[in-house]
Design a protein around this ligand. Structure first.
Ligand SMILES: [Fe+2]
Length: 338
């Protein structure tokens, strides 16, 4: 049986390669806004789940190639589950692929729950060694010297606050120290530039957003009180963009139907926070019947930042085409004119 599965995977890999090769399907999208100065171009993906397995690379490599050649972003961001397991072998595979194929000025890789596991065995979910692998490999890839799984990056004048779970459970364990750090950094970023967006990256969506807590057993945040405090901190400020993954659901505009009732990629929380939930870029297994509704792999967002708005475009990077109809404009509040 195992041999048959392996053969099917290989056959599917070949088919996928063919689709990717001929997949120069073009649809309109990604246009820059005329008359506006483009301040930042970012590619947002999540859940790349890299291992040494061929069938993952057959989506990942063409996707990264498309990003590098056709988008040429200032920033490449992955919102966690960079690896399928955060062991050295998987991190080395990811490092090799990014070094070889990715061209982006800056990289941000957030910590996901899969990055905190050393293997699929629950007994092997040892946080500290996995966290150390994450810090070692991401510091090398990002050119940073982080000592914590939560950290700040300034990219072309914009603040990115990257959160990270502090335990090896499936949901997010966020410490009191991390919440206080977030509160201080949000305040500092806002006071330094009240009109600019602040980007907060966390692998896990907030509880009861993007159907977390509706369709899954686990919540995004392990502790509801911590979740509520984080949400309250974010909601104090205008122009906040919260970027998560974890759900593995394909891009879905408001009003479109998703295999997961009620799910949409972009939600506005408390009239101020724009919450983005990114699809799974490289799945664990193409043969899984539903793959939690992913259906299409290789998807992510292209984000353009202008002075008065943010534009989001959906793209299937692995197939080199824009996702039909996926375009969202987030107006930015101009605080001085309020
Ligand atoms: Fe994942």
């Amino acid at each position: 049986m195992e041999k048959i599965v392996k053969f099917l995977k290989l056959a599917l890999s070949v088919l996928t390669a063919i689709v990717v090769t001929i997949g120069g399907l073009t649809s309109s999208g990604g246009e820059k806004t005329p008359g506006h100065t483009l301040r930042l171009t970012a590619v947002l993906v999540s859940d790349t789940h890299i291992t040494n397995e061929l069938y993952r690379r057959l989506v990942f490599v063409p996707g990264i190639h498309d990003i590098s050649v056709n988008i040429q972003p200032d920033l490449f961001l992955c919102a966690g589950d960079n690896t399928d397991n955060g062991n050295e072998e998987n991190w080395k595979a990811l490092q090799r692929l990014l070094n070889q194929y990715l061209k982006a000025d800056e990289i941000i890789l957030a910590l996901g729950n899969h990055d905190t596991w050393l293997s699929y065995e629950e007994d092997d979910h040892e946080y500290e060694p996995a966290r150390d692998n994450y810090l070692r490999f991401t510091n090398a890839l990002m050119g940073t010297e982080n000592t914590q799984v939560y950290f700040k990056r300034e990219i072309k004048g914009y603040t990115f606050l990257v959160m990270g779970t502090e335990d090896s459970t499936t949901d997010a364990t966020i410490s009191e120290a991390q919440v206080q750090w977030l509160a201080q950094e949000m305040k500092a970023a806002y006071e330094a530039a009240p009109d600019k967006p602040i980007f907060v990256v966390n692998h896990h969506p907030l509880n009861f957003t993007h159907t977390v807590g509706d369709n899954m057993d686990e919540h995004g945040f392990a502790d509801q009180r911590i979740n509520d405090r984080v949400r309250a901190i974010l909601s104090q400020y205008p122009n906040v963009v919260y970027i998560s993954g974890h759900q593995h659901y394909a891009l879905c505009m408001a009003g479109e139907s998703s295999p997961h009732p009620g799910f949409q990629t972009v939600e506005v929380l408390d009239n101020t926070v724009t919450s983005l939930n990114l699809p799974c870029f490289t799945s664990g297994d193409f043969l899984e019947e539903d793959n939690r509704g992913t259906g299409l792999l290789g998807q992510g967002l292209v984000l353009y930042v202008y002075d008065d708005c943010i534009e989001l475009w959906g793209r299937n990077f692995a197939l080199n085409h824009w996702v039909e109809g996926f375009h969202v404009t987030i107006p930015l509040t101009n605080v001085e004119n309020e």
